[in-house]
Ligand binder design. Sequence first.
Ligand SMILES: Cc1ncc(COP(=O)(O)O)c(C=O)c1O
Length: 442
Amino acid sequence: MPSTRDSDAVDLADLARHHFTPVLGRYFERSWSHGDGHRLYDTAGKAYLDFANGIAVSALGHRHPAVTAAIHDQVDRLMVPTGAIGYSEPPVALAAELAKTFPEPLDTVMFLNSGSEAIEAALKLARRVTGRPGIIAFRGGFHGRTFGATSVTTSNINYRTGYEPLLPGVYFAPFPAAYPEFAGDGQAASDACLAILRSLLETVIAPASVAAMLIEPVQGEGGYYPAPAEFLQALRAICHEHGILLIADEVQTGFGRTGRMWAFEHAGIVPDVVCLAKAIANGLPLSAIVSSRALQERWGRGAHGSTFGGNPVACAAGLAVLRTIREQRLVENAAARGEELTAGLERIMAEDDRIGDIRGPGLMVGTEFVIDRTSGRPDGATSEALLARCADEGLLVLSCGLAHQVVRWIPPLDVTPAEILEGLEIFADALAGLGHPGEGGP
Ligand SMILES: Cc1ncc(COP(=O)(O)O)c(C=O)c1O
């Protein structure tokens, strides 16, 4: 394990207060030294069970030996992206390996650098290829911070305020969140939201003017709401009928996170374009869009590009990530450990009415806190206090949702049953330690 460096001994938070941008939001005012396996270490040497993973980025944990070795090897060979001058092995090999994980006809990959850039690329592709202006996105979605991605993001008004006018031609339909409005009934949520979507297409924008519909199969930042399978199937059918491209934002859900390699598989559909990032290189900046070859051929040579996209070092890491997921059967592990996590949380919920809902497939699990179960009114104060207490006790989990009312669990894909139990125990103890409102808890 690496030792704490001398420079770690300086007060990073204090230095940051003077010279580091104040714009970035963060969950904790803690200073980090290094990661090792599933533990993150602060500069004082304290270990934390990391079930946050840089928001679903280090899906294989920290310093994964296969990923680290691949990076070292590639740094010694070639670091510079070669996209503009020809081919190098890591991006081409990673494109081929990624394509194997997708159903037909999704066989062609363009690499970029971030989730937002993948969204930009998908939106540009959709407009250019269809010759149509309209984009339909779903309320509560988070797709990133660049202008195009911001234009389709509605998870928080702070992400949009002051940036108008945003991209024109964007329309929003409701996302079929089954809780609290539909008491967990996915079919009812789906029916209600489809009715509004159909009305949008009848009264606001004609289907023939819509280039794409963009959806997260499980809404991430917005609150860990899975889209019911029937909703995704209906979207697929509507898009098919009208020549609209269906874009799946799998930036957070991809790479086995939901117990399937790609979350759209739960619904048995095949999108036209899939956006990937986060876990793709276990921490190095890399993203991609995947579509059929025919679609990208219609997009046209030179229609889009990126200097850094497909950096060979990031792609070498990506190859090691894919190989590890396959060889260690980590998609299966995510499904099995996810069931244990959900069952454990359900046991805690049975004893604690501050939790209103537990949801999400695989290792993408949200625990929603409510003022009371009858109204389902969100209780961000409890989940925020819980996050802080869990961190004090050595467990990193994050929140999501408009009121930060959902504690989100994003353990590494190779998490063990013992670590799931450990996380649950810390969570339960921290929750008990908060005390109920009116109990005069600590
Ligand atoms: C679903 C989803 N899409 C897009 C993005 C944007 O990715 P990035 O921050 O890499 O630009 C995120 C980031 O959290 C995300 O969760």
